[in-house]
Structures are given as structure tokens and as C-alpha cells.
Design a protein around this ligand. Structure first.
Ligand code: F6R
Length: 244
């Protein structure tokens, strides 16, 4: 695991963007694994800026998002589809048919999970997967007491996650209780992983992920076994790993 503690959120975002940009310059038809949440917003801003400068483009790339809430229409501002359109897709030349996100409105979420997993396989797997981390150590929506062998599946959200995500909704009761998420097995199959963490609320989870016991109670701890993980965190998130 390569660990980078940088001075600021902006530096974190720029560093993550430079990895994606070099990936796309060297392999324009790369398969990108994307995340939502507050953490990658700066990364997406940097990517858009450099894309507008003409340094690289997304025309041959494909994308697969980590997760989506069950029961939210793509037009719902809290859906991850809406987030991705707003923060990235509407501003770059990634082709509509190359964008993949789990469909939270699927009549059969289980069938949707199996189809999503197959699409990732058919695309040749994810080249670079972006991850954030939850305060409870989740990655994607793989919550504590995760099954490490799971592929894309329907998950019930943990209480901490519902609390954390309530900030985007009018009321905590509006936060969906379920989501479709790539599983740990799906994430671990990515060729390269970039995990981003910003802010003191992530310090403990980050410490446990890197130095703790590999355990389903900290889903991200499995990343200790992946061959190519780059962690980029700011000083607040890295407070407990500084000097280790
Ligand atoms: C988002 C996702 C989640 C977030 C995590 C951190 O697609 O899968 O695992 O990465 O909850 O969220 P933020 O960045 O909002 O702190």
C-alpha cells in the first residue's frame, strides 16, 4: 500500500486527478471505477479543468460506479446518478453508452446486481477504482460484518452511514435503507485502487484500514491484501498514521 499524506484537500484532489489523467493518456480506453460522496468532488473538478485544457479526454473510456440507492429515480437529486451527472458526466465527453451505474429502480434488484457484475467482466474489469471510506470503515456500501466474497449485491445501510448521509436529505427518514453496491470481491478485482480520505472524522477508520486486523468489522481492511492501492489523505484524516 502506498500512503500519501498531503497538506490540503486541494492537493489530495489534484494528486488523485493526475493518476487518472496519466491512466487515460496511457490507455485511453481505460475502465474507471467511480465513487460519489463529498470526498471525490475535488477530484472531479480537477479532472474537468484538465479536460477543458485539452490535455486528455474520456471519449474511449468506460465507467462503472460503485453504488446506487435502491428506490431513488435518476432524476432525484439525492440519487448517485444525479450526483455523477452534476459533478462529472455532463461536463466531459464520456459517451452515454460507456457510463454504467447500478439501477436502483430495477424491478429485480438481484437480477440487476448479476447483470452489473457481468457488464464489469465483459468490459475486462476495472483498471482504476476510486474509493472513499466511511467513518465505519465501509468502502462502497460494504458495511461492517461484510462478506468478503460478495460481488455486486443489495445491501442494508448501517446506522452510521444513514446518519452520515442524512446531511444530503431533508430528513433522516428520507435516507434509503438499501443500496446496490459492488461487493468486496468486485472491488478487489480492480487492477489499481485509489482510496481518498479527508477530514478528522476519517482518521480512525483510515488507521484501522491500514494497520488494523483484516476483519469484516472494518471492510476496508481487506485492501491490505490488494497489490496496488494508493491512499491519498489530508493531514486531518492521516493524523493517526503520521509518523507510523
Ligand atoms: C460512495 C461510496 C461511499 C463513500 C463514503 C465516504 O460512492 O461508495 O463508500 O465513498 O461513504 O463518503 P464521503 O466522501 O461523503 O465522506
Amino acid at each position: 500500500m502506498q500512503i500519501n499524506i498531503v497538506n490540503s484537500y486541494d492537493e489530495l484532489s489534484a494528486k488523485a486527478a493526475s493518476i487518472i489523467i496519466s491512466q487515460l493518456i496511457l490507455k485511453p480506453d481505460s475502465v474507471l471505477g467511480l465513487a460519489t460522496g463529498s470526498t471525490p468532488e475535488g477530484l472531479y473538478q480537477h479532472l474537468i479543468k484538465k479536460y477543458n485544457e485539452g490535455i486528455f479526454n474520456f471519449s474511449q473510456a468506460k465507467s462503472f460506479n460503485l453504488d446506487e440507492y435502491v428506490g431513488l429515480e435518476p432524476t432525484n437529486p439525492n440519487s448517485y446518478r444525479y450526483y455523477m451527472e452534476k459533478h462529472l458526466f455532463s461536463k466531459i465527453d464520456l459517451q452515454a453508452e460507456s457510463i454504467h451505474m447500478p439501477n436502483g429502480m430495477a424491478a429485480s434488484p438481484e437480477a440487476e446486481c448479476a447483470a452489473y457484475e457481468q457488464k464489469i467482466k465483459d468490459a475486462g474489469g476495472v483498471d482504476v477504482q476510486i474509493l472513499g471510506i466511511g467513518r465505519n470503515g465501509h468502502i462502497g456500501f460494504n458495511e461492517p460484518s461484510v462478506d468478503f466474497q460478495a460481488t455486486t449485491h443489495v445491501v442494508s445501510l448501517d446506522e452510521k452511514t444513514i446518519e452520515d448521509n442524512a446531511r444530503f436529505f431533508d430528513h433522516i427518514d428520507d435516507v434509503p435503507k438499501q443500496a446496490i453496491s459492488m461487493g468486496i470481491k468486485t472491488i478487489m478485482s480492480s487492477k489499481k485502487i485509489i482510496l481518498l480520505a479527508s477530514g478528522g472524522s476519517k482518521a480512525e477508520a483510515l488507521y484501522e484500514m491500514i494497520y488494523g486486523k483484516i476483519s469484516p468489522s472494518v471492510p476496508a481492511s481487506i485492501l491490505q491484501l490488494h497489490k496496488d492501492v494508493t491512499v491519498i489523505c489530508d493531514e486531518a484524516a492521516g493524523a493517526l498514521i503520521q509518523g507510523k
